[in-house]
Design a binder for this molecule. Sequence first.
Ligand SMILES: Nc1ncnc2c1ncn2[C@@H]1O[C@H](COP(=O)(O)OP(=O)(O)OP(=O)(O)O)[C@@H](O)[C@H]1O
Ligand SMILES: [Mg+2]
Length: 482
Amino acid sequence: MTSPRILVIEDDTRSAQSLERLLKSQGYTVTLCHRGDEGFERASGEDFDVVITDFRLPGVGGLDVIRQLHAKKPRLPMVLVTAFGTTETAIEATKHGAFEYILKPFDVAELLEVVKRAAASARLMNERVELGEEKSAGEAIVGNSRAMQAVYKEIGQVAATPATVLIRGETGTGKELVARALYQHSDRGSKPFIAVNCAAIPETLLESELFGHERGAFTGADQRRIGRFEQAHGGTLFLDEIGDLSAFTQAKLLRMLQDKLIQRVGGKENIPVDARIIAATHCDLERAIAAKQFREDLYYRLSAVVIKLPPLRDRAEDIPALASYFLHRFRDELKLTDSSLPPDAVAWLQQQRWPGNVRELANVLRQGLLASRGFPISRETLAGIAAKSSDTSALTRDAGVSLEALMDELLAQARSGADLDVHAKVFAAMERELFTRAIKLAHGNQAQAARWLKMSRQTVREKLQHFGLKAASEEGELLISP
Ligand SMILES: Nc1ncnc2c1ncn2[C@@H]1O[C@H](COP(=O)(O)OP(=O)(O)OP(=O)(O)O)[C@@H](O)[C@H]1O
Ligand SMILES: [Mg+2]
């Protein structure tokens, strides 16, 4: 994967250079411009993934750069950096196309986090998702089983309509990929696609994240905030993990779907919002309704069109194509061009249950490739990796098994003679739980979580990767390499 290209528009040479150094150290490719008009020209003519612009600039001001560029390139995420005195305008900027704004003097970790999110968002919008094809470049939804063909047909039928779509399926079955495909094949493909992972944001912050808030709406709300619904006006809003919404946010979402109106938190004004909603969940919504955790009326509103993704175990015939697709992708990425997958290894892959579905299959293949270092990947190698990857983390993550239940289960297995390291498995599950909670509470901010856990950011990042957890800001594994 190529490194994301960032255009920095900043007139102060020293700030520009330090930003450049910082971004380059994270693996980004950086271009500097010192004037607003010059920045606008460059961004219009070349392909950048993210633009970072200062507010006060010679030539054309930062706000106008944003307004004009947004009109020209609505899928280009832009970050406005500004001094505190200009916050009101900066906030307005998010309405006129800025992805985010940052106040000076800024916290380096915060800036990097925002740039990372912006780059991930650029990728969500711009990398095409092909349907049913094995492409060596770019991403594809792979698989030609009947179940997947039905999915492609549904995507084709509803993509270009304004209909709200609910995507269902177990973890790792490709819900996010389908959301992107729907967006790209819609008539809103040139407008923004804004993704919010509802499960990764604490309940107290989610409402304001989605709907925005007025100044003074609650303690800490010292400035107005434009929410994601308003930002997605004219475009598409992807609400991921919708099963995790609180009752109150569910009510507000229902109102938006019915009347196309929202209110910011602490505000009285009804703001019209025209956003196409795509929602996804792995939750059993019917059960949540029975338990009074999910509103039935909202469920009906959302499920006018439902696309259900089959679990991988129900379409084992797609595994050879998927394996070859991932092998090609990872081979290029890891520069292990001689690797291959013998037929008996493919057959073995087809016999597994894959509780983590396509994501798990991809992870096992990736590790298999690394472990085999250019030699054919044997089924023994794959079996060893899968045994490690799918144990406790898959159990606790997918089935919602509590730590207590896990301990009981493992001890019972050990008692009946199973050869397993109960202690290691329980501690791994516990650690995973701790990191899940910390990163959720930190609103996806790894630096913040690291401070609370008294660990280095590097360790937190490694742990999150190890446990297959994603920060809110990383939009799944779609994060690009820096
Ligand atoms: N049919 C497919 N073809 C190719 N890649 C796929 C397919 N399905 C899933 N993937 C890949 O598997 C990974 C997981 O997919 P995705 O994030 O869309 O899953 P999800 O259903 O949203 O899971 P979760 O509920 O855990 O969020 C991604 O890297 C995605 O690219
Ligand atoms: Mg997902």
